[in-house]
Design a binder for this molecule. Structure first.
Ligand code: HEM
Length: 512
């Protein structure tokens, strides 16, 4: 108990602090060190006399600098620039005929966190960059977290995960100059004819969305929906923006970038804070396993859309809250295609199979062994297993049984969560897929563009192709675009001043 004079002093301090709070409008809480003890002076370091050096005994100074020195964590190796928001997803159409995932029972409301991003720039890169945009959603369902880690564009550049590190190296800044170089980008892509459709989309105005609110999203891959009987179908998901789609034209980009490199983050935050909550409908395309071979392309090839399959609306997502702390939510969120719930499984898509490994692996490196315990990553349902310990563990697990099975304290398996059975025949192999159809969908996309969008695409793409000095790479790239559509190829040839007859001959020798 404080003595009488002590109590009087505490009262006087309380009055002074109340008066300060009234004058500043802020209740001043006491500043503390990391051990919780109050800080006496946060303005002046302890020094040896008025002119002497700083003292090592100034624990507050040392601690403040130590914590500052450790503020940064490794940035994402791709998708480093991003912004996030909280919201909800409401299921409006019952999918229980197709999946046992409880999230898809009509009327279910599931909290979500969405992170939008660019791909290639390092952290704090310009949001006007020509790039696909990440559109990743974490659904905190009653059966654990489901992450739908998609992009704005519905296809991808490559179809096999083994090519991903090489592709990203070619797109990232040159290791010598630290500048992105079309010479390196097209040196890689001239070997990748299946990238023609995605390059066409990225160089169109869809490669520069006007804002995150005004873009659609896609799972790109097919996933599998599995029903209560263990039967599965393949499913491609898409987000349809209720704000409509809007893209930047080439001449708008420098104007916006000249004013702000974070225009899309500002737009999202301002819109949500003004109560104009952005909204997307989720749709799904369904393909039965028996129909997989009925196309002239491989439906599990991530470089393809499914053009003639109807889209069924599943529900609606509303983003209604910006994070209170960017680092804790948006920087530390760990989206992973392997975060699935019973009734949703990965398909055999070779890209997706690689992604199942890569995300959690990089997150162990980026965030540490116990990143799933961070509030933004923690499921709403309890996590009970015997994964344990590691740096920064706050699991709070109790008891002597840290193994399974056990007769002392068992954790039961759930037969409903068993994976479906995939019929297989044949041998192991290392072969490209049989039905490549590398160019047709690129041509279909080009032909569907308005005249103005075609002009912008040709201007954007030829601008970078003109910078390719290696003739073989340049002519190979031109032949890919020509093969997709002869008019597209001719316009590019004219824009870069190449030999049309030579490109036509190269295109003629290409096979779909
Ligand atoms: C085999 C191919 C791919 C590999 C190996 C790969 C790998 C990665 C890695 C390592 C990250 C960083 C994750 C983190 O640090 O949290 C990442 C982020 C991301 N990737 Fe991929 N990726 C691949 C293909 C794709 C595709 C096809 C899509 C779109 C469908 C995609 C969408 C994303 C998104 C949206 C993010 C950012 C997630 C977030 O906002 O935190 N990636 N990817």
């Amino acid at each position: 108990m404080a003595s009488r004079p002590g109590r009087a002093l505490l009262c006087a301090m309380a009055i002074v602090s109340a008066l300060t709070a009234m004058s500043t409008g802020v209740h001043a809480q006491t500043l503390t060190k990391d051990n919780g003890a109050p800080v006496g002076d946060n303005q002046n370091s302890q020094t040896a006399g008025p002119g002497g050096p700083a003292l090592l005994q100034d624990v507050h100074l040392v601690q403040k600098l130590q914590r500052f020195d450790r503020e940064r964590i490794p940035e994402r190796v791709v998708h480093a620039t991003g912004t996030g928001a909280h919201g909800t997803f409401t299921t409006t159409d019952d999918l229980s005929d197709l999946t046992r995932a409880k999230l898809f029972a009509r009327g279910t409301v599931t909290p979500v966190f969405v992170r939008f991003s660019t791909v290639i720039p390092g952290r704090s890169g310009a949001e006007t960059t020509r790039d696909p945009r990440g559109f990743a959603t974490k659904f905190y369902t009653q059966e654990g977290n489901w992450d739908l880690v998609g992009n704005n564009l519905p296809i991808f550049f490559i179809r096999d995960a083994i090519k991903f590190p090489d592709m990203i190296h070619s797109l990232k800044p040159d290791p010598v100059t630290n500048v992105q170089e079309p010479e390196r980008v097209f040196d890689f892509f001239s070997h990748i004819p299946e990238a023609t459709a995605m390059l066409t989309r990225v160089y169109s105005n869809w490669g520069t969305p006007a804002s995150y609110r005004e873009m659609n999203g896609s799972s790109v891959h097919a996933l599998k929906l599995v029903n209560a009987k263990g039967e599965y179908v393949y499913a491609k998901f898409a987000w349809k923006s209720r704000q409509g789609e809007r893209n930047l034209r080439p001449q708008e980009i420098p104007v916006i970038q000249g004013k702000s490199t974070s225009h899309a983050t500002v737009d999202l935050y301002e819109s949500i804070n003004a109560g104009k909550f952005p909204t997307w409908d989720l749709t799904v395309q369904i393909l039965k396993p028996a129909d997989l071979d009925k196309f002239d392309f491989d439906p599990l090839d991530a470089t393809k859309i499914w053009p003639d399959i109807p889209e069924r609306k599943v529900g609606t997502m509303v983003l209604n809250k910006v994070p209170e702390n960017f680092f804790e939510a948006t920087e530390q969120v760990a989206m992973a295609p392997g975060n699935l719930v019973p009734g949703i499984e990965a398909s055999e898509d070779r890209m997706l199979q690689g992604r199942l490994f890569s995300y959690v692996d990089t997150q162990f490196h980026r965030l540490g062994a116990n990143f799933q315990s961070l509030p933004i990553n923690k499921p709403l349902v309890p996590v009970r297993n015997h994964q344990q310990d590691g740096a920064m563990n706050i699991d709070g697990r109790k008891g002597t049984v840290n193994y399974q099975p056990s007769r002392i304290a068992n954790l039961a398996e759930d037969p409903n969560a068993r994976s479906s059975n995939l019929p297989l025949t044949g041998t192991t192999q290392q072969q490209r897929i049989a039905k490549t159809l590398n160019f047709r969908q690129a041509g279909d996309f080009y032909r569907a563009l308005s005249a103005r969008d075609k002009d912008d695409l040709v201007a954007n793409l030829s601008g970078d192709l003109k910078r390719v000095k290696n003739g073989v790479n340049l002519y190979t790239m031109l032949s890919h675009f020509w093969k997709a559509d002869a008019d597209y190829g001719k316009r590019l040839v004219k824009a870069v001043g190449a030999d049309g007859a030579k490109v036509a001959e190269l295109a003629g020798a290409l096979k779909e």
